[in-house]
Design a protein around this ligand. Structure first.
Ligand code: UD1
Length: 416
């Protein structure tokens, strides 16, 4: 449980952790060579632990070297992922493309639904079928075989991050050229491309809607430093926006956060950024802003919706949120209402009217970012807020409590 006493302004400097959503596909990609790779700036998270468990199950040797993770995939000996490991982390499906590129067969179970609603993988499977993979789906199991993966044109019906990554990984193992159209353009996909190139793969176009892979190259180990986590950065910026104070963030590219910083600036924060830092100052009295509509990058990230909502809970005026990516991404709202928040929900729309005060309460994390939003609400509430089920938060933040405490919050993690 996290206990937080609200009402303290936050001040200080933080270096943002490595990006969870970069590290997970990169760890999957590390099995595509028979060699040692070192992933620098790897955050210590539950989801990274889950990836490590999968890597070890597959036969890889993995060890931490302080902030870096070393993966030796020369000894990979399996191509299956058991159900308990698949369930531990929904994005474990990202291993599918990598296992197929390396082993030409794979067996795993469906990731199923998750806290955010159904998590279909139809686009992943369609992309792999287009590359020549034979896929049998039966009783929640997925069995994949391919004699020869062949390069081809893959058109994604929507720009799914995971499907783009799976297609890129499998295409590295396919003979010939693969063109992925309507690809997702997230910065983490650019980071995956950088890693693949360092391994010796020919991949270009990441960051645009067309990614081109010339497959069949032999890959080797490499050393790669992950980009900073833009969603963790958005969380700390939102925290300081809400409580008042100032923060300097390092280790994250400000250009990846422009929709979030624009929203916070509109709410009344003073923000300036350079290549090296993002600086935010807030007097803690925000105002409502234009509607926030989540959409694929470079639009407003769905992952930042909950924390920015938390920042605006005590703002003057009204803000409308429209969640366009996941069906079930407002579960934190009911918990925020327990603290006195005024939010009305209708389908994918949430209408937030700022209230003068929030009151501390016992609340429960419903998912990773929703959990962070509850902590942010606690930072501005009267009295003490107890946030339960914090294992959700640990999936994606290496030390949310410690970071906020270093910025001056009265916050503490107790048991669990
Ligand atoms: C990734 C991120 C997650 C983020 C999300 C959207 C990682 C590890 N996770 O998740 O933090 O919230 O992008 O930015 O990088 N869809 C289908 N069929 C598919 C795949 C997806 O219908 O086969 C739908 C999903 O239900 C969702 C939308 O596409 O509505 C976007 O999902 P996607 O971009 O695939 O998200 P993830 O890769 O799962």
């Amino acid at each position: 449980m996290i206990a937080v006493e609200g009402g303290r302004p936050l001040r200080g400097e933080l270096t943002v952790q490595g990006a969870k959503n970069s590290v997970l596909p990169i760890l999957a990609a590390s099995i595509m060579c028979r060699d040692v790779s070192v992933i620098e700036n790897c955050p210590r998270l539950e989801d990274v632990d889950a990836s490590v468990a999968i890597l070890r199950h597959l036969g890889c040797r993995v060890r931490w070297l302080e902030e870096d993770l070393e993966v030796d995939s020369s000894c990979l000996s399996r191509w299956d992922i058991p159900d308990d490991l698949m369930r531990r982390m929904r994005s474990s499906v990202i291993f599918l493309g990598a296992i197929l590129a390396r082993c030409a067969q794979a067996e795993l179970s469906f990731p199923g639904g998750c806290e955010l609603g159904p998590r279909p993988i139809d686009l992943h499977l369609t992309a792999l079928r287009t590359l020549g993979v034979r896929i049998d789906e039966c009783g929640g199991q997925i069995r994949c075989r391919c004699r020869n993966l062949r390069g081809t044109e893959i058109v994604l019906s929507l720009p799914s991050v995971g499907a783009t990554e799976n297609a890129m990984l499998a295409a590295c193992g396919a003979g010939g050229v693969t063109v992925i159209s309507n690809a997702a353009r997230e910065p983490e996909i650019v980071d995956l491309q950088s890693f693949l190139r360092k391994m010796g793969a020919s991949v270009r176009g990441a960051g645009t809607s067309t990614v081109i892979v010339e497959g069949g190259r032999s890959l080797h180990g490499c050393r790669h430093r992950c980009i900073g986590d833009r969603i963790a950065a958005a969380t700390y910026l939102s925290a300081v926006a809400a409580t008042g104070g100032e923060i300097t963030l390092k280790g994250v590219d400000y250009r990846y956060l422009s929709t979030v910083t624009t929203a916070l600036a509109q709410a009344g924060c003073r923000i300036n950024s350079s290549e090296q830092h993002i600086h935010l100052r807030s007097n803690g009295q925000l105002r409502g802003i234009c509607p926030i509509r989540t959409s694929p990058y470079p639009g407003f990230p769905t992952d930042a919706q909950a924390v920015v909502m938390a920042a605006l809970l005590r703002s003057r005026g009204t803000t409308v949120f429209v969640e366009n990516i996941f069906q079930n991404r407002y579960r934190h709202v009911a918990e925020l209402q327990r603290m006195g928040a005024n939010i009305r929900l209708e389908g994918r729309v949430a209408v937030l009217c700022g209230v003068p005060r929030l009151c501390g309460a016992t609340v429960r994390c419903t998912d990773l970012r929703g959990g962070a939003a509850l902590v942010l609400a606690g930072l501005q509430a009267d009295g003490i807020t107890q946030v339960e089920e914090i294992h959700h938060i640990k999936r994606g933040y290496s030390d949310l409590t410690g970071d906020l405490a270093r910025l001056g919050a009265r916050i503490q993690e107790i048991g669990e």
